[in-house]
Write a protein of this length. Structure first.
Length: 102
């Protein structure tokens, strides 16, 4: 309940603003998988960089996808897997990615 003496701020006219939302670990991992499955190169803008997303990128690389993670850039590039079959198991640490059973 609000105090009767408090009034919420109100704009005196139209607003023109840009809001930059923080990255999401779950969405970044999903976008990396979708990019690896896409037919061409994908650009992820401002992906969240965390241990989990780094492990996902590493796992996708082990499966044959190209993931170019330029840490000096706000972008990451991902390209689909090649025509060669993926290895039977990929080590992805404690990431949420699951490896196929041998």
């Amino acid at each position: 309940m609000t105090s009767p003496d408090w009034h919420p701020p109100a704009a005196s006219g139209p607003l023109d603003a840009t809001v930059t939302l923080p990255g999401s670990k779950s969405l970044t991992n999903r976008y990396l998988v979708l990019a690896a499955l896409a037919s061409g190169t994908s650009r992820l803008r401002r992906p969240l960089r965390s241990r989990d997303t780094e492990l996902m990128a590493q796992g996708l690389r082990q499966l044959g996808a190209g993931v170019d993670d330029a840490t000096s850039s706000a972008n990451a590039l991902a390209s689909p897997t090649g025509s060669s079959p993926p290895p039977p198991c990929a080590a992805v640490g404690r990431s949420t990615a699951v490896s196929p059973a041998p």
